[in-house]
Structures are given as C-alpha cells and as structure tokens.
Design a binder for this molecule. Structure first.
Ligand code: GLA
Length: 737
C-alpha cells in the first residue's frame, strides 16, 4: 500500500519519497515530513513546541503558550487563525466572518486516482493506477468543509493534491482566495528555481536563494503566461543536475496562477500555489462545492535531471490523454514563416510537393485560411474557409495534400474574435469586457467569452463542421492575447469574480468535446508561442509550440528551461530560415536541426527556397530524425549536461532506457580564437558497456565509464578551422556487441 494510516498518522509512499501528515492532539492536520523514502514512523518528533512570545495560541490549548499555528507546519493553512504566513484559504464563511479554523473531521482511502470534474488531472493508467486519500477538515463553527485530495502514484514517484470547499451552511459563502496545495518545509535554506520569460523568450532559468519574506511568481494575464511558468523547484544550495535534494510543484492550470514561497521568522519555508487570487472571487451557495485545479509534487534526492525525468514519464503515461502520447510525432512543414498571410492553393501545393520529395510527413496550414483573414485585423471568429485563397476549401486542399502522400494539419484560434468579423457583428455581447467601457485589443483582437456555454457551443459547431468535411490529422490551437477587462456580459455583477476561471473551464470544455469527437487528431497547443506551455494544456494537446522565437541559439535556452518540467516530445521545435525572422541572426542549417531534433521536429520555411546543397542536407536530417525519433521522443530519458544559462556552451542528450543507444547534442554560441580545451562528459550510460560514438566524420570506441567520467574532447576552432559561431555537434552512441 502506498498509503498507510495508523493512529491518525497518514504516510504516503512513492518509489523514492515519503510524505507524512498527522492529526495532532488539538485535532489539527499538521505536516510532519516530505523527503527521501522512510518507513512509517511518526515523524512528529521533528516538530518542536516552544513559547514564541507573541505567537498566539488557539483556544483550548494549555497554559504554557507553546501551541501556535504561527510556526506549526500545516497541510492547509487558512486566513485569520493566528498563522500569519501565506495561506491557502480566505473566505467569508457567512455574515462577514473570515477567520476559518479548520479541524480534522474524517478521511477515506480509495483505489485509483481521484479526478476533478471539468479540470485536467493525472489519471489512473496501466502504468500506474494510483491511490486516493481524502482528508476532510471542518470549520470549528460553520458547516464549511474542506476536502483535501491526495493522489499517490507510487511507481511514478509523484503525489498530486487538490482541494474542494463544500458549503453545507444555510447561506452563501464567498471564497476570495483558494490555493491548491501548501508545502511546509520545516528546515533548510532553499534556492528557488523558476522559469521566467517574455514573448519569444520563454522559460529562462533563474536560481536565487530564497530571502526572508515572501517571494512570489504569478500570472494575472488569463494564461499561464510567457512571463512565468506555473512550476517551481525548491532545492538545497548544493543541488546540481545529478546530486542533491530538490522538490517541485507543478500547477495543472492554463489561466492565471499565484505561487508564493515564504521564509518565516524561524527560517521555515512554506510554498503555496493555486489560482491567481487577484482576479478571483467565488460565491458558493448552500450545497455547492468548489474544486481547485491540481498540483503535482515531486521530490528527488539525486538532483534536477532525476526530478525532470520523473515528471516527463509521469506526464506522458498518466497526464496526456491523447493516443499520441507515446507515439513518434510527424515531421511537418508549417507555412507560417514561409508565407505568413500571403498564400494561395498553388504556393501551398508547391511547398507540399517539395515536402513529399524530402520525405516529410505533414503540411500544416497556419493562420489566414478563414473568413476575411488577409492580415491580423479581421476574420477571427469566422471559422469557414476563405474561398478567394482556397477555392476548393479546406476539404479540397486537405485531400489534395493527402494524395501527395502527406498528412494535413490546420491552425485555429478558437477563443478569439476580430471586430471585423461576421461573428462579432452577430454577437457583439460575446466579447469579454463591460459594455460602454474600454475593450482593449491586442493584435487587434478580442477574447470571446468562453465562460458562457452558448459561445463555446457556437465555436464547437463551426469548427467541427470544417473538421468533419475535411481530412485533418493535426490541429494547432493558438491563443494570441492576454485577457484584460475581465467582465462577462452573461453574468450578474455579483458573479464577475468567477469570469476568469469560468473562461478556462470553457476552454477545457471545448478541448474535451473536440478531442473526444476527433480522438485521432494530434493537437498542438500554442499561445503566441509558449504562453500556455503548462500541464493543463498537455492533458488535452500532447505537444505545445514552444516559442515564436525559432532562432537556434535562443531555442537552446528556451528548450533547456522547458525541459525541467515538460517532456522533450511535447516541445514543438522547427528548423526555420536564415537570417532568422525574429533575430535576423544566421546560424548553420546543421545547428538549427541539431536543436530541433530534441523536440517534435519539423520545418518552418519555404522548402522551395532551399539551395541544392541545402536540399541534400534536409533530406539527411529527415532521414536522421526518422531513424532516431523513437529513441528521442518515446524510448529515451533526457539529461542536461551543460547549461546555456551558465556559459558559452550547451549540451544535452537522450539515452534509451535499456542504455543501448543515445543521441547527444553539443552547441557552442560564439567561436573563440585559441579557445580553451573542452571535454564533454556524457550521462546516463552503462558504465561497463562498450559504446561506439560517432560524430561528423569521426568515430570512437570507449566504455560508458570513460565517456561519462573522463569524457571526450570537443573539436573547436583549434582543430577544425571551418567552424564559426553557433557551431554544434551531434553524437550518436551505440552499444557494441
Ligand atoms: C502565433 C503563433 C505562430 C503563428 C501565428 C499566426 O504567433 O505562435 O506560430 O501561428 O500566431 O498568427
């Protein structure tokens, strides 16, 4: 059993971790331990009590003044009870009372993993069934209950959490803040590692020692955002890629979020994470409940690579629902950077013809095929084909592409509308924003009010018709603006605080309906590149367009940062033209491919503009990826070797789980005269296995221990006079015998 309960001590075991909490003598649920796997011993001996001066004591505690929530580690701290640290719940429990005091009420263990209606969540699968522990807390006075849900996946090495607030009072209660989970670590000075960014520069890694006070990361943008990923790591000072302790919390939600890490007066660290409380207020009527999104907790005693691999495997096996989750992905060409809006049937077919000759798998038609969409001022909301550009419709084009031996994919942006569209003219009140006030636009577009079921129904019907009539194997679902003026014209004044969350529930509803109706379609999510690269999206769409920045050198950082949480098979990564359209930088074609291989792989350029030499190179790249994509995308574990955030070099590799095969990439940013010697040390190989390593026109035989501990020299300018800036080397490693 992964869940053991004795004397109201709840011990949750995964393969390599133990998580424990206990109902104490005051009937409070306190957190006693999370870390390397231990037995079921009551760890509450770790928690010391002392009279901490002005730390208040809850009613009924002894005369010694030692029992205080001000320092006790808790599972679900609430506002107003004398614990002044960041909390998980603030609610008006009726008649203005906001100070909850939640005591243990009951618990239940269930086989299999709980699910959360309407929200993405890890699920039971053949790989790991999971178990559920539900602990119920009740307010001291009011009939308000909090159900704490714990999903324990022993094999996957993860624990999930979510909370449900239930109103059994006779009146309304009003929640103004609800976090999904709290992690109270009673000891240690931690570094916070997080992934910040911007449009075309997402998931840049940052590591800082946590100061006293509150450090917070949040998105108030209605998307999980380019600026901060809903994922944090707390690590010991000395933790590296392969050694040391670290914890992570990943929030399964695609809207605004709020993560707070507080180091308190006694050097204890508390992490809470949940829906952004800035734009949130939820009235619960008598008998109603509110469920939070889920958080996935992971612990590693062996550094960051282990932590990431645990997350990657869990996401693939027990979060992504699509049948594509463990399949190699089609090598596609996307026409966006090839044509932008300026395409017609003929130039698309010309690109497809070249793609077929190069042995690619799919052509994806990006923005501009619908309504009057010749630029970004109009058309969004009108999901019917623009016959001026495509006289035979999407149905005719998709079939033509299939006759050429390729699959066909299509771009959509279903949550948006331009004012210049039939959709807006028919339904001006479907916009998010209050009437007679400002409706800010961004990229000239507005957000459709997906908190209203009739809007979701309309979009579902219009796009389903296009899909039904055509032969579509892939959909890129984009979302190109942040939310502002969050007001639903379909809701009362009192319910406006629900708009942002209900919007996300509407997005998930549409995803659910479309993915269930068209289960074979491969969905790729996108939000101006990677503004919604989050686990909530991966539940529906097994891959995400990582960034609008397709420059290879920038992509090294973006993909490196992204790999801390998300499997590399989920990262949309394409070779684009040079000079690069975002940075105007020229990088070698080989480097562009060497970066893009570690993802879904594809092209984002006009294949007809390639020179004869480049055509030959692309042919070889496609061949290489077809030969190795099973290893890279399905069979392998990903290891980071050199960080682009620390120097001039990046390196990473994928090793098959049987350790018989590997592919590694090394990337140098700027070339240097008389550069220092460089040795690359591989990871994850079998120490005693003899391997053959091949790169460029070279070959070396060595044992795993040599390759990992001594490494191999990297040829830089002193050996190879032809290398310039942004040079890279791709290594294939195969077991001998
Ligand atoms: C966003 C996407 C791009 C492309 C354009 C089309 O920016 O990230 O890949 O699809 O929209 O408008």
């Amino acid at each position: 059993m992964a869940i053991n309960i004795k004397n109201q001590i709840f011990t949750l075991h995964t393969k390599n971790s133990t998580y424990q909490m206990k109902v104490d003598e005051q009937n409070m649920l306190i957190h006693t331990y999370y870390g390397n796997r231990t037995d079921d011993t009551d760890c509450s001996y770790l928690i010391r009590m002392a009279d901490r001066g002005f730390s208040g004591n809850i009613p009924g505690t002894d005369r010694e003044r030692v029992y205080s929530l001000d320092f006790l580690p808790q599972e679900f701290p609430v506002y107003g009870d004398g614990d002044y640290r960041v909390d998980c719940l603030k609610a008006d429990l009726g008649s203005g009372v906001q100070d909850g005091m939640f005591f243990f009420d009951s618990y239940q263990i269930r086989e299999g993993k709980y699910n959360i209606p309407g929200l993405p969540a890890f699920f039971s699968s053949e790989k790991s069934e999971g178990e559920t522990l539900e602990i119920v807390l009740k307010d001291a006075v009011e009939e308000v209950y909090v159900h704490l849900l714990y999903g324990v996946f022993e094999e996957l090495d993860i624990i999930t959490r979510a909370a449900v607030v239930e109103n059994r009072t006779e009146g309304d209660i009003q929640i103004s803040r609800i976090m999904s989970a709290c992690l109270d670590l009673g000891m240690g000075k931690y570094d916070l590692i997080h992934f910040y960014g911007k449009h075309a520069g997402e998931r840049q890694m940052e590591r800082n020692s946590l100061p006293h006070g509150i450090t917070e990361l949040r998105s108030t943008r209605g998307t999980s955002s380019h600026q901060h990923n809903p994922f944090v790591i707390l690590a010991d000072k000395d933790t590296t890629e392969s050694t040391g302790e670290c914890y992570s919390a990943s929030f399964l939600y695609s809207g605004g979020f709020h993560a707070q890490a507080e180091v308190d007066q006694f050097n204890q660290t508390r992490l809470v994470i949940g829906i952004d409380d800035y734009d949130f207020s939820w009235k619960l009527k008598k008998g109603e409940s509110f469920s939070t999104p889920e958080v996935c907790l992971t612990y590693s005693a062996d550094g960051f690579s282990k932590l990431s691999q645990t997350l990657h495997q869990a996401i693939v096996s027990n979060l992504i629902r699509s049948c594509w989750k463990d399949r190699v992905r089609p090598i596609l060409v996307n026409n966006w950077e090839a044509t932008y809006f300026d395409f017609n049937k003929d130039n698309l077919i010309a690109i497809a013809k070249e793609a077929a000759e190069l042995n690619l798998d799919m052509l994806v038609l990006d923005d501009g095929w619908f309504g009057k969409r010749d630029d970004d001022f109009s058309g969004l909301g009108d999901w019917f084909v623009n016959k001026n550009k495509l006289p035979n419709g999407i149905s005719g084009l998709s079939r033509k592409i299939e006759e050429m031996g390729l699959k066909f994919g299509l771009w959509v942006e279903l949550e948006m509308v331009n004012k210049n569209s039939d959709c807006y003219r028919a339904h001006p009140d479907w916009l998010i924003g209050a009437p007679e006030r400002f409706e800010s636009h961004s990229r000239h577009q507005h957000v459709l009010d997906f908190s209203r079921p009739e809007v979701v129904d309309f979009i579902y019907d219009s796009i389903s018709k296009v899909i039904e009539e055509s032969s579509i194997s892939y959909i890129k679902w984009d979302m190109n603006r942040y939310m502002s003026e969050p007001f639903s014209r379909g809701a009362s004044a009192a319910d406006q605080g629900k708009t942002m969350h209900k919007y996300i529930l509407g997005v998930y509803e549409l995803y659910t309906r479309l993915t269930e109706r068209f289960p074979d379609i491969l969905f790729e999510s996108c939000a101006s590149g990677g503004a919604r690269f989050d686990p909530g999206m991966l539940y529906f769409a097994p891959q995400t367009w990582t960034s609008d920045d397709t420059d290879a050198a920038e992509r090294e950082k973006i993909q490196y940062g992204t790999s801390f949480v998300y499997p590399i098979v989920s990262m949309g990564s394409h070779v684009s033209a040079v000079p690069n359209h975002q940075l105007h930088r020229t990088t070698p074609l080989s480097t562009r491919a060497n970066v893009a291989y570690f993802g879904t792989f594809g092209y984002e350029l006009d294949l007809n503009l390639l020179s004869a030499k480049e055509i030959e190179e692309v042919k070889a790249q496609v061949e290489f990826m077809k030969e190795h994509r099973d290893l890279i995308q399905v069979e392998g574990d990903f290891y980071r070797i050199l960080s682009p955030f620390e120097g001039n070099d990046t390196a990473w590799m994928v090793v098959s789980r049987d350790k018989k095969q590997a592919v590694a990439g090394y990337y140098e940013r700027l070339n240097k005269v008389n550069a220092s010697w460089m040795r690359l040390r591989f990871k994850g190989l079998d120490e005693d296995q003899l391997y053959k390593v091949k790169w460029e026109d070279k070959c070396l035989k060595a044992y795993g221990n040599e390759l990992m501990y001594a490494g191999i020299p990297v040829d830089r300018d002193y050996c190879n006079k032809t290398n310039g800036d942004f040079h890279s080397v791709l290594y294939t490693i195969e077991a001998e015998g």
